[in-house]
Ligand binder design. Structure first.
Ligand code: PYC
Length: 422
């Protein structure tokens, strides 16, 4: 039997050797470029935020003389260490508007980037186990509705219909009283998002420099003049700190002090099983969230660890606690095996909202403090930063997130919507 495909050009099956041979002729999705000594814009951090900013600078504003500087490989930091949840059911109107813009951009992203980012809007459900969390869910639902975002409080029997494996009986240890139901929420393939933005930013002219560490930020007379990297100096009138995990240390290189503490957030993934869980399930009181990937694995996460650290290793204590809480929600998962666990680094601000905008150093901007919500924010943050750089003015969408709010005492108060209890 012939192994020619229907169109006669491609073999119908590929062997591993065949794929390796072909790989040599595949064009690189993003290229290795020489490090120039000058760029119009330097973005520090080759994660989702840096790459999205490079993409929107080029496509929305025609600014292409841009370098994305990444100390490791692209997407190897927070962008590769999250649980890929997308939602906009926040508590403050400013937060809801901002994250809703991100959801809208995510909805169009596969077409925009011509890259399958596997966004699955399967719904996002936050369970309430006591009166005070039910009250917060009602509050969030009302704010969401006022902002045009689809959210409502549902009953235990509605929960059971949407997620039959959840124990909604009244004899469980933490009985479920209701939930905030947010149909546009869901999960996305985080690597694909990073790769899609990187490929598109590269094609539009941005230079992506991996394995290049920023070791200094050059400032003269309170104005940024460039950066020093492990591969040489770059002069640039605009430098943006788009890092996660090390954002306060990077900002300190420019003499900018940020109110951020860095804490690990641990997560784990199980063996794959047949699909049984459609929505993303979150329990703030039990400090756990769970979703099932298209491959069938369950992805679990917790709240941030109660100590500052730069470690990205998982711990036994975490996995024991997590497993116990997952079983309280879904007792039938008792025989599933955990395959691996990891931690991501979360830069926490006092009000659980990010810091985006200018600093007291002219030309030095920050897009940091993304706590446990950075991945879902990437597209809207990149779009807004690009607009800010191109127009030299602060877009309305990010105006509430400036660093000056800490001195002014106008904090955001987003803690009640930060995924799980902190
Ligand atoms: O804010 O949805 C969230 C989230 C999920 C995991 C960590 N944070």
């Amino acid at each position: 039997m012939s192994n020619k495909g229907a169109r006669g050009r491609l073999p119908a099956r590929f062997s591993a050797f065949d794929l390796m041979r072909r790989r040599r002729s595949w064009p690189q999705a993003w290229r290795e470029r020489d490090l120039k000594s000058t760029y119009d814009v330097v973005l520090i951090g080759g994660g989702l935020h840096g790459l999205a900013t490079a993409y929107y600078l080029a496509t929305n504003h025609g600014i292409t003389d841009v370098a994305v500087i990444e100390k490791s490989y692209i997407g190897g930091g927070g962008s590769g260490r999250n649980t890929a949840i997308v939602r906009s059911n926040y508590l403050t109107p400013e937060g809801v508007r901002f994250y809703d813009r991100s959801v809208k951009l995510y909805e169009e992203l596969a077409v925009d980037l011509n890259f399958n980012v596997m966004f699955e809007q399967r719904g996002h459900m936050t369970l309430a186990h006591n009166d005070s969390s039910l009250r917060t869910m009602r509050w969030r639902a009302e704010v969401n509705k006022l902002e045009g975002v689809d959210s409502s409080v549902i009953t235990p029997s509605e929960i059971k219909q949407l997620a039959p494996y959840i124990d909604v009986s009244d004899h469980s240890r933490y009985p479920i009283l209701g939930a905030l139901w947010h149909p546009p929420g869901g999960i996305i393939r985080h690597d694909a998002v990073v790769w899609g933005y990187a490929r598109a930013a590269d094609a539009a002219g941005a230079h992506i420099h991996q394995n290049t560490e920023v070791t200094g930020i050059d400032v003269e007379q309170e104005k940024v003049t460039g950066v020093t990297t492990s591969r040489g100096k770059i002069s640039a009138p605009i430098v943006v700190n788009c890092t996660a995990g090390w954002s306060s240390l990077v900002a300190a290189l420019a003499g900018v002090k940020l109110p951020i503490v860095t804490r690990p957030l641990q997560a784990a993934v199980t063996e794959p099983v047949q699909s049984f869980l459609d929505p993303v399930i979150v329990s703030g009181s039990l400090h756990v969230y769970v979703s099932q990937t298209a491959r069938g694995e369950l992805v679990f996460g917790a709240s941030v660890d109660p100590f500052g650290s730069y470690s990205t290793r998982g711990s036994l204590d975490f996995i024991e606690g997590l497993a116990g809480h997952v079983l309280e929600l879904m007792p039938s998962l008792g025989r599933m095996r955990v395959l691996r666990q990891w931690a991501g680094l979360c830069d926490m601000t006092p009000d659980y909202a990010p810091i985006i905008g200018p600093t007291h150093v002219g030309g030095f901007y920050v897009d940091v403090g993304w706590g446990t919500y950075g991945f879902k924010a990437g597209p809207a943050a990149g779009e807004s930063l690009a607009q800010m750089i191109a127009t030299n003015s602060i877009p309305e969408l990010i105006a509430p997130f400036g660093v000056e709010r800490f001195a002014a005492g106008t904090l955001m108060g987003e803690k009640g919507a930060a995924s799980v209890g902190h």
